[in-house]
Unconditional design. Structure first.
Length: 140
């Protein structure tokens, strides 16, 4: 029997904001464009999605396709908690089948490749998923 947590579904649902805006009277608020690099810089980690390169403290990393996609997704949305279901749908492009070890294995590989200074920036949010927090990067 699957246990559902409606409050978590409302928090992590992409449709929650749209349905809340539909219930709100008056004009919809205008979205503000904020880039992750402008608000939370991490000069030691550079992810370039156009050239598909990752550089950590000046050293180039060789990441397989899905590891790169997962890291780029997390870094592109800093401080946002991503549920495992969202990661499966957004990065893998398929619905979550309940196998959370796939994501955990890829996260562990990425952390190992990032090294001791940057691995803590990918934080585990217990019972929910993962987030990228550049404030957790250790000074070298």
């Amino acid at each position: 029997m699957a246990v559902r947590y409606p409050r978590l579904d409302a928090i992590f649902s992409d449709h929650a904001a749209a349905s809340a805006a539909a219930r709100r009277p008056g004009p919809a608020p205008k979205p503000t464009a904020v880039t992750a690099t402008a608000t939370l810089p991490d000069p030691g980690l550079v992810v370039d999605p156009e050239q598909r390169t990752v550089t950590v403290d000046g050293q180039s990393l060789n990441l397989p396709f899905l590891e790169f996609e997962l890291l780029a997704h997390l870094v592109g949305n800093p401080l946002r908690v991503h549920s495992r279901r969202q990661l499966m749908e957004n990065v893998w492009g398929r619905p979550d089948t309940g196998d959370t070890r796939t994501i955990a294995t890829h996260i562990a590989r990425i952390r190992r490749k990032l090294g001791p200074g940057h691995r803590d920036a990918i934080a585990t949010v217990r019972q929910i998923g993962y987030k990228y927090d550049p404030r957790l990067v250790r000074a070298a």
